[in-house]
Design a protein around this ligand. Structure first.
Ligand SMILES: C[S@@+](CC[C@H](N)C(=O)[O-])C[C@H]1O[C@@H](n2cnc3c(N)ncnc32)[C@H](O)[C@@H]1O
Length: 312
């Protein structure tokens, strides 16, 4: 089936990636392969696109879409945190550009049947790669109330985190929580009516997002990935990241600033002791956001934030 995912900020991303014939570009998040299709057009006839996704369905679909250019494409089913290993296996030392468009594709939310959406009643899994790690129902049925509350509070900024966690523990002692319907019912009973009415989104939104981030260890993975990406870029190579969550965007922003500064010594040190030199030049002085026209065309792009940098 063709992807129904609509790529976000494509022209801007292509500009930052500086794609040109002959370049070696890694798309770490194939998804619906929209960005990948744009990239391949720019790097032909002799460039190489390495496409990664931890969702096997996305890799299969990308394989069909990119079939005319098999000579110029390598597709890998893996987590992008393993970028060094992936490039080693392809005998590639360094690349010209690395791109990551984080989060979920429309296909994962709407047709995967893996419980990413509270609007559907599906098994509560939420793993982008169902072959590895704990599912959302494993976490919801085993983690103690304090741990659950921390996830909802820290990753979802859910005000009623403690109450929701306690209710989950109470309900699961009677019957284990296996579906998105069961979880969203619990969340809805814990949020006072007045507060629910004030919210712009469904009362279950924050808990579902927090749980998905925890299940896929999205923040830890992003943090480690940025180090790898910077190390593997050629001088002059480009790194471009689109995020959809304020915590992710904060990680990207802070890491870019830290790489651009180099020295990590405390500001009151008279001379540098750490010996670290700047490794990146930040290209997106201000975070790049979708235009109003793009948001009107594709409301899912609303929360996208893009940052880009060049390896020194
Ligand atoms: C927003 S979609 C990408 C859409 C794509 N750029 C397009 O234009 O169609 C995000 C994709 O990244 C994948 N993904 C998220 N985190 C990942 C990770 N740590 N490793 C590999 N793939 C990941 C998801 O499985 C999903 O398919």
């Amino acid at each position: 089936m063709a992807s129904r995912h609509v790529s976000v900020m494509s022209d801007e991303a292509l500009g930052y990636l500086n794609c040109a014939p002959g370049k070696c570009v890694v798309d770490c998040t194939l998804g619906g392969a929209g960005h990948a299709m744009d990239i391949i057009e720019k790097i032909l006839p002799d460039g190489l696109l390495i496409g990664i996704d931890q969702d096997a369905d996305a890799v299969k679909r990308a394989g069909r879409m990119l079939a005319p250019w098999t000579e110029n494409v390598r597709l890998i089913h893996d987590n992008f945190v393993n970028l060094p290993k992936i490039l080693l296996q392809l005998s590639i030392d360094s690349v010209d550009a690395v791109f990551a468009d984080l989060g979920l594709s429309f296909d994962q939310i709407e047709v995967s049947g893996r419980g990413f959406s509270f609007r559907k009643d599906e098994p509560l899994d939420m793993r982008m790669n169902p072959e590895t790690g704990q599912s959302a129902s494993d976490i919801v049925n085993t983690l103690e109330a304090r741990g659950l509350a921390r996830i909802f509070k820290e990753l979802g900024e859910e005000q009623w985190a403690g109450r929701i966690a306690n209710k989950i523990v109470e309900r699961r002692s009677v019957k284990s929580i296996e579906t998105t319907g069961q979880l969203s019912d619990i969340v809805r009973t814990c949020i006072p009516r007045k507060d629910a009415a004030r919210r712009k989104t469904d009362p279950a939104t924050k808990v579902f997002m927090a749980l998905r981030i925890a299940v896929n260890r999205e923040l830890e993975v992003l943090d480690a990935f940025l180090d790898h990406a910077v190390n593997l870029l050629e001088p002059g190579g480009r790194l471009c990241v689109i995020s959809f969550h304020s915590l992710e965007d904060r990680i990207v922003k802070q890491r870019f600033v830290s790489y651009a500064r180099g020295c990590q010594c405390p500001p009151d040190f008279p001379v540098c002791n750490c010996g670290k030199t700047p490794q990146l030049k930040i290209l997106s002085k201000k975070v790049c956001r979708p235009s109003e026209q793009e948001i009107a065309r594709n409301p899912m792009s609303r929360s996208a934030r893009m940052r880009a940098a060049e390896k020194l």
